[in-house]
Every structure is written in C-alpha cells, then in structure tokens.
Design a protein around this ligand. Structure first.
Ligand code: 0A1
Ligand code: ZN
Length: 850
C-alpha cells in the first residue's frame, strides 16, 4: 500500500537526474522482521541536470542513521523518500535502514518465500530496500555484502569473497537499481557450463529448494544454453560475466525477472518434468528463459531512460524470444500462437477502457503498464520495422544500436534513429505506432475487370480514452493472389499503406483472383473483408501462407458462430468440409492441424458480436460453441479414431515440437471424441497417461462434458504434494465448470486447505480460471462479479500488484446488456470505495469505469 496521494507522472515532464552515482556498497544483515541494510553511495552532481534537489526514494523504510561524508545528518523524511542539504561537489551518502522481509506480502523489494529471502526491484521496488535514486537512468556499479547463516547467499555479478555466514559480490557492469537482486536460502544448484564463442567459460546454476524440485531443472538449463547459443548466432551477442544464476521462487508476481547475472523466476516459469508439466508449459518455460536471458543485452546493457520507454526493452525482447521459439520449433505455428494471444489479450485491451499507447504518455502506477500492449504490441512494432526495412538492414541497425548505446539508458527516439541512420528512411510516420492507442481496422474492397484487379484499402483507428482523433499509420500489408483453383498467381508482396485510403492495382491476370490479405499477420490490425464462405474455404484449402490458411478457417468459424447466434443457422458445410480436409491432410504439421481445430474463444465471439453492433449473450454464445463442437465431432466422426490412433507417440516422452504437436492434435481430437463416446476414450487416456500433457488433456476432455469427478479426485490424491500441478487442478475446475456453477466452484475452492491467497499462482489459478470461464464469469446472477470483487478487496492490502492486474477481468463491461453492466459497475464501485485502496488498484478501477 502506498500512502502518498496518487499522482500522475507524465513523459513530457522528464528531467535528467540531479545527481549521478559512481559506486554503491550495500551490506545486508538478514533477519526475518529486522533486516538491516547499510548503504554507502558515491554521488556527484549531474552536469546535464536542470536542478540540484537531492531527493532519494524510500518506501516503508525505518531510517536508523544517515551520514554525508562521514558526518551524521538529519534528513527530511517524506512519504516516498528523503531530502537533505548536500555539498557542492561529489560526496558520499551513507544510511542504515531497517526493513521487514517476512511481512512483505506485496512481493516487491526484499521479501521471503518459503524460508528464502529474495528480491523483486522492477519497476520501483528498490526504494523498499534502501534510500536511493530509484530511476532507470541512474546506473551504478554495485558491491554487495550479505550476512546470514543461510547456506546460499547470492547477488548480481561475480562472487568476490566468502566466509562463515557472509558472502561478498561485485557486479562490474553499471546498472540501474531495478536490476539489483539478492537471494539467500537453503538451496541446491543444478549446475552446468557454457563456453562462449570467444572461448570464455561461464558457470551456470539453476537454484531450487531441496525436496523434489531438483528433478525439474534439466529442461530449463538446456533452454538457457540454447538461448545463449542462439543470441550469439543470430544477434552476435555474447554473455558478459563468468557466472549466470537462476533461482526458482514459489511466490512471485510475474513470470520472471532479468536481474543482472541473477535471474529470479516464478517456479512455474522454470521447473518442469514430463510428469508435472505440459508441452505448453515446456514451450513457455523455454521462451521465458530465453526472454530473461536476452534481456542481458536488450534491457540490461542497454536499458530504458524512464519507465515510459518500457517497450524499448520489452517489445524488443519479446520479439527476440518469439524469433527464438520460431527458429527452434515451427515458425508458422509460433506466429499463429502469438497472434491468437495478441488478439485475445492485446486487442481486448486496445478496444476497451484500458487502451493505451505502446509508449504511454502518463501513468499513476507503473506496475499497471506491464501490459499486453507494451509487451506484445511492442513486439509487433519490431516485426513491422523489420518487414519495412528488410532483414539485412534490421540486423545492421541492431548492430549499430548495440555499439552506439551500450551502457546507455535509451529512448524510443534513440531506437528509431539507428534505423533511420542505417536505411536513410524517414520513420516519422512509423513512429505514430508508438503514440497512438487502438487497433486499426483495415477494410478491404476489391474489383476486377479485363485482367486488372484493384484492391481498395481503408484504414481507421477508433477513438480510445484520451485520444479521440487518430492519424493514418504506416501499415505494411502483405498480399498474395490465388486463382479460382487455388493456385498462387501473385506471391507475397508488401503494400505500404500510408494514407487513410489507398488502392493498389495488379495487371495481367487471366481471371478474378482471390486475395490473401495480411499474410503472416504483417501488422497488428483487424481486417474487415466481406468474403464468401467459398472464398474463405478456398484459402483454407490452398493458401501458401500458413498463417492466412489458418486464419481463413478461424474467420469462417467465427462467421458460422455469429450466424448461429444471429440467425439460428446450422453450421454450414463449407466450414465443416474445409476443416475435415485440413484434419485429414497428413502432409500438414499436426500442431497446425490442432490449431485449425481450435474454435475462436467465447470472448472472441462476444467481441465479434459487439463489433457488429449486437449485445452479446454469454449463455447463448456458450451454447453455440458447444453446438458447433458437437457438429464438428459428428461431421468428422469417421476420421477421429484414425487420427487419434495416428497421433499416439511411441518411445520416451520428449517435449520437442514434433511429438508435442502430435499430442496437441491427439488431445484436440480426444475433446471431440468425448462429445460422442461420453468420455470413454478420455477416461482411458487419463488412466494410462505417463505425462502431464495427456493426463491433463484427458481430464479437460472429461470436465468439458461434465464428467470426471473421479478423475479430479484421483488427480488431487496423486499431486497434492506438488504446488505447480495443484495450480492446474484448481484452475481447470473453475475454468471448465458449467456456467451456473462457476462462481460456487471458485468459492468452494477458496475454502480448500491448499488455497493460499498470498501465493499469486494459487490466487490466479482460481480467479484467473473464473475469468477464463466466459459464460461463468458473466452468468446473469452476477455471482462471479461479486465474488471476484470481494476477493480483490481482500487481496489488495496483501498484494496490490496482483489485485490491480486482476481487475482487468471486468474490462469488457461495456459490451454487455444493462443488467450485467450494472452488476459489473457495482462490483467495480465496491472495490473503488474500499478505504485505503492501493494506488495500483485505484488506478485500474478508475480507468475501467472510465
Ligand atoms: N521485466 C520482467 C517482468 C517483470 C516486471 C515487473 C515485475 O515486478 C513488478 C517482475 C517482472 C520481464 O519482462 O520478464
Ligand atoms: Zn521482459
């Protein structure tokens, strides 16, 4: 909880720091409720500063003593920091403060998790450790001494000395305070080494608490080594310390954190074994390990000048981890996965009350801006830029970025400048993507006569909060043309759209072509294009672009669902036959076929109806989805058993893309089979599964047909000792509960002895599961709205960051009917009116209510 009055911070108010820091020496005398932190910080006036106000951030600190150049001082303590008079030139500031890690449930600053001390300092957590200029443009060299009788004492950089109950660390690379980390605990290492391409040996460790997790380290370690190699091969980036440590922590607000040389991970984002983790978990872990590792260059060596520039490190690093996964696995499947995520989370954000630019212009609480827009849309903008300038120029620009800005706290302007300098291109129109919120609608019309085909494109970005008027953006539209038989007559061509409306002409055609627009999802826009079912089916069957092939099926499915809901139509055969053809095509990657079988989510359908001017009815949507699945199952009845059998993987489990794709298709098919056989096959798969992917896939198939009580109990009995697996058990029951029971199921689980609201993973599994159950969350009773509000009110004083983030469940309230709107607003208002509400949650509910 913050006691300072909420204050809005503006990008335009940026001023350079008044003082710069040379060396920082920190001593930690660890104790659960009375940790002492001694600091010695060498300050010097910043020659570029506009003022010389000496202010140090500090939150929830008890100041014991302070000195300047060895003389005791009595600083003015403010909520949020301290001020004091300082000498004209360089000086040394020293302080001793007391903090209480064991009561720090916000998981920001220094806190305890199952007996382990650990830190989380991004974005502004270091100020909860000691007084400091806690801003990313103040970079310093840290030396750290840890005193504790715990056996393992870690910090950033390299160990320099150790003795009984103490250890000293030195990080030679200047860094902002948000990259500081400390870990102390009874830990065991899973060690390895990596030799860099210049021949330096780096020691690697993955640290876990003893007692079972040791067996879950091998995959994460292999992923780390693969990431180190990939960054050398693709970006020419080598690791720059002799040691790289990763620590798994049970209580963590996010996925993981890129602290220099000492990454701290949510245990769920690093620990995996075939029995406890699904294929999707393995892929996610591999990507998060890569993401944090890649931050060493994009984030740590080059950091952000201020938090408005967050996308500078996050967009680029997400883009890099997406490339990595695409290279290691299937680029096409990865692109489809990423686009599904972008549409589900970022488009939802961009089209609702929380819409904000990739580079926001103001915030109250920066923790609320670690969003899909900053991360995922930020990554899309890197891809856009790469498409516009070409691969060679992209990597040339990156080389220039790394040489020019190494050691800097940089801005989006710096980033774009290296592209302008490399290519000579003026990127001023491109830059608007960073400042303008909202998802552009790209409307496509076409005409054909006498061998000439014209594509008319119109772009329009709807108004978003605080941005009523929008400018046209530079949109690269990748287009291909197919003839009526499905043969490609124009390979992928990039059309650069710069105006609100533009037409493009293609000559010399022998008949009216079928356009394949926005291939590989070449820009983060919504395509509005009236096509017939037959045209979409042709793309689904023949497009050479795998993304658009998949997307044609997806759009067809969405159209079918909307027609079922609006016109009581039955699912038409163009869609069902197209799907059958894809499913039966053994030349296609099973992972791709599994994606083709996946229907749009119920939330997608609600948005589609809303966009078309209708009020979505969550119950009817849920029924239409179930009906369509049944139709698909019946239509494919003869094929399903063959495919299911063909997807069984022989030999020992590996999480590689090949067998994972087979299991994905096997599970997708099992879901359909269960609609027909009452769950017989799924119960068999559950009983015989030797890996979590198949065990959970079977359980899901059973719960989806309202069966599986015995299996749920067996699963609990088998896995009650494993927190990460139990998170799945909690989440699945809520997300797949029948809509009228969803809130009651969540409520019942909060009374389970293993429910622990202080553990973000557990809290999220129950209440994230409730949000994921679209029909259940939006059930007309309003029970889920009210239950979530009550729990967020309880969570807020404990963990404001996670409470604030989960208010996003309500961000679609404007889509729904008056009664649901009233109930959602009542839930939000109840949260808003809670006394002592955190700044985090207050900002979120205020924005959502609008
Ligand atoms: N920088 C991390 C994400 C992260 C952000 C904030 C945190 O606490 C408030 C923790 C982690 C990343 O991009 O992985
Ligand atoms: Zn990141």
């Amino acid at each position: 909880m913050k006691d300072a009055a909420p204050q809005t911070i503006y990008l335009s108010d940026y001023t350079p720091p008044a003082y710069l820091v040379g060396d920082v020496h920190l001593t930690f005398k660890l104790a659960a409720t009375k940790t002492r932190v001694l600091s010695r910080i060498a300050f010097r006036p910043n020659p570029d500063a506009t003022d010389h106000d000496f202010f140090l951030h500090g939150d929830d600190l008890t100041l014991i003593s302070a000195r300047i150049d060895g003389q005791d001082i009595n600083p003015d303590l403010h909520s949020g920091g301290l001020r004091c008079a300082v000498p004209d030139g360089p000086f040394v500031f020293e302080a001793e403060v007391e903090i209480s890690p064991s009561t720090n449930t916000a998981l920001e600053g220094l806190y305890m998790s199952n007996g382990m001390y650990c830190t989380q300092c991004e974005a502004e957590g270091f100020r909860k450790i000691t007084y400091y200029p806690d801003r990313p443009d103040v970079m310093a060299v840290f030396t750290v001494r840890i005193e504790s009788d715990l056996p393992v004492l870690l910090s950033n950089g390299n160990p320099t000395a150790t003795g009984k109950d103490w250890a000293e660390w030195h990080d030679p690379w200047p860094k902002p305070a948000y990259l500081f980390a400390l870990v102390a605990g009874d830990l065991v290492a899973h060690p390895n080494t990596f030799t860099t391409r210049s021949g330096r040996q780096v020691d690697l460790n993955l640290w876990v608490r003893p007692g079972g997790d040791e067996a879950k380290c091998a995959f994460g370690m292999a992923a780390l080594k693969a990431s180190m190699k990939w960054d050398e091969d693709v970006y020419g980036r080598e690791y720059d310390l002799d040691l790289f440590n990763i620590v798994a922590v049970d209580d963590f607000n996010m996925g993981a954190m890129e602290n220099k040389g000492l990454n701290i991970f949510n245990a769920s984002a690093v620990l995996a074994s075939p029995q406890t983790a699904t294929d999707a978990d393995f892929e996610r872990i591999e990507a998060i390990i890569a993401h944090e590792y890649f931050h060493n260059w994009t984030g740590n060596r080059i950091t952000c000048r201020d938090w408005f520039q967050l996308c500078l490190k996050e967009g680029l690093t997400v883009f890099r981890d997406q490339q990595f996964t695409g290279d290691l696995r299937s680029a096409a499947v990865k692109r489809i996965d990423d686009t599904m995520m972008l549409r589900a989370y970022q488009f939802r954000e961009d089209n609702g009350p929380l819409a904000h630019p990739v580079r926001p212009e103001s915030f109250v609480e920066i923790n609320n801006f670690y969003t899909a827009t900053v991360y995922e849309k930020g990554a899309e903008l890197i891809g856009l830029l790469k498409l516009l300038v070409g691969d060679q120029a992209y990597f040339d620009a990156l080389d220039l970025y790394f040489t020019r800005h190494d050691g800097d706290a940089a801005t989006i302007e710096d980033w774009l400048q290296v592209f302008e300098d490399t290519t000579g291109r003026d990127l001023s129109q491109f830059k608007k993507w960073y400042a303008q919120a909202g998802t552009p609608r790209l409307t496509v019309r076409d005409e054909y006569a006498d061998g000439t085909y014209r594509l008319h494109l119109r772009q329009e970005t709807p108004p978003t909060p605080g941005q009523p008027d929008k400018d046209p953006l530079l949109i690269p539209v990748a287009v291909g043309l197919l003839d009526q038989n499905g043969a490609e007559v124009l390979p992928t061509t990039i059309l650069e759209m710069t105006k609100a409306e533009q037409s493009f002409t293609f000559d010399g055609l022998s008949g009216r072509p079928i356009p394949s627009v926005l291939r590989n999802f070449s820009a983060p826009v919504i395509v509005v294009h009236d096509m017939t079912d037959a045209e979409r089916a042709l793309l689904l069957a023949h497009d050479t672009d795998p993304f658009n092939r998949w997307d044609a099926g997806r759009t067809l499915a969405q159209d079918v669902l909307v027609r079922m809901l609006r016109q009581n139509a039955t699912p038409d055969t163009a869609f069902l036959d197209g799907l059958a053809a894809v499913l039966r095509d053994d030349a296609l990657d099973p992972a791709f076929r599994a994606l083709a079988l996946r229907l749009p989510s119920e939330d997608d359908t609600a948005q589609a109806l809303f966009d078309a001017g209708h009020t979505p009815d969550p119950t009817a949507i849920n029924q239409a989805h179930e009906t369509l699945k049944l139709h698909i199952a019946q239509h494919l009845q003869d094929t399903l058993p063959r495919i299911y059998a063909a997807m069984s993987v022989t030999g020992p489990y590996t999480p590689d893309a090949g067998p994972a794709g087979q299991r994905a298709l096997g599970n997708a098919v099992l879901g359909l089979i269960s609609k027909l056989d009452g769950g017989k096959q799924a119960a068999q798969q559950f009983a015989s599964a030797d890996n979590m992917t198949q065990q959970l896939g079977a359980l899901r198939a059973l719960l989806q047909i309202s069966k599986g009580d015995a299996e749920l109990a067996a699963f609990e009995a088998q896995w009650q000792h494993d927190r990460l697996v139990m998170d799945k058990w909690f989440g699945l029951q809520v997300s797949l509960a029948a809509a009228p029971d969803a809130a009651a199921t969540a409520e019942k689980l909060t009374r389970h002895p293993a429910f622990d609201m202080k553990n973000p993973n557990r809290f999220r599994s129950v209440f994230g599961g409730l949000k994921a159950n679209t029909a259940g969350f939006h059930h007309a009773s309003g029970a889920a709205y009210a239950l979530l509000a009550d729990w967020l009110i309880k969570l807020d004083p404990i963990n404001p960051q996670t409470a604030a983030r989960m208010t996003m469940s309500y961000d679609t309230w404007k889509r729904y009917d008056g009664e649901r709107q009233t109930k959602m607003r009542a839930a939000l208002s109840k949260i808003a009116q809670t006394p002592q509400l955190s700044r985090d949650t207050e900002e979120m509910v205020t924005r959502i209510l609008g």
